[in-house]
Design a binder for this molecule. Structure first.
Ligand SMILES: [Zn+2]
Length: 229
């Protein structure tokens, strides 16, 4: 990672996506002295029942997001509180405008967000809203956009060449995998037992697999959406 200090914005649909997708990379940015911000579009709770059959309320998911940000020593997250798994009921332009106003407020150089082919509808809409809000107009601060993979959504999508996640950018998280796993503990209500895809074991397997394919101990994989230089 470069030594120039940057502003990084992670834009995720739900609290937990940011850690699953790029928690180790967020920690790397913090180690580098970069300023890391997180934006959640949905509360991630309104339609959820946890593993004990309790309704997951908005407050607990928001608090988990705040706890995870503290563990990673990043800025407190911002929440847009759109309805969980129902972002397709909102006018797309309204979503874009809200994302755009946060981008204009923070002026990040780098954005991490969802892969467009994810199974989850909120992830798909988030990707599209980010690409629209960060379109490369003159004076747009955003120079780099990367898509991340989220276990139990990216790999669960309909198999097709168009929707497949084909990473071409890998961040070595050998030194920050422990922090990612620690931050994930804030979301223990969202995690499931192995062999569920969204289990701690599976998160470690993916990090090791992505690392090993590139000769590293652990990595997070991304697809480059845009780099301007
Ligand atoms: Zn999600």
């Amino acid at each position: 990672m470069r030594q120039i200090k940057k502003k990084i914005l992670v834009i995720a649909a739900h609290p937990d996506d940011e850690i699953l997708g790029c928690g180790g990379t967020m920690a790397r940015h913090t180690d580098n002295g970069d300023k890391v911000f997180t934006l959640f579009l949905s509360d991630g709770a309104t339609s959820r029942i946890d593993k004990n059959n309790h309704i997951v309320d908005n407050i607990s998911r928001v608090n988990a997001g705040i706890s995870a940000s503290k563990i990673l020593c990043v800025n407190p997250p911002k929440f847009l509180n759109m309805p969980d798994n129902r972002m397709d009921t909102l006018p797309f332009l309204d979503i874009v405008k809200k994302v755009e106003s946060i981008i204009n407020e923070i002026n990040p150089e780098v954005i991490y967000t969802h892969h467009f082919g994810d199974l989850n509808i909120d992830h798909q809409i988030t990707h599209k809203a980010v690409m629209t809000a960060a379109r490369p107009q003159p004076n747009c601060s955003v120079r780099e956009i990367y898509s991340f993979e989220v276990l139990s959504s990216t790999e669960w999508s309909t198999p097709s060449p168009e929707l497949s996640f084909v990473p071409n950018f890998f961040v070595n998280i050998s030194t920050t995998l422990d922090q990612k796993l620690l931050a994930l503990k804030a979301y223990s209500d969202e995690m499931r037992d192995f062999p569920h895809s969204r289990s701690v074991e599976s998160v470690v397997f993916l990090a090791r697999y992505r690392g090993a394919t590139m000769g590293m101990n652990a990595a997070e994989a991304f697809k480059v959406e845009r780099i301007l230089n």
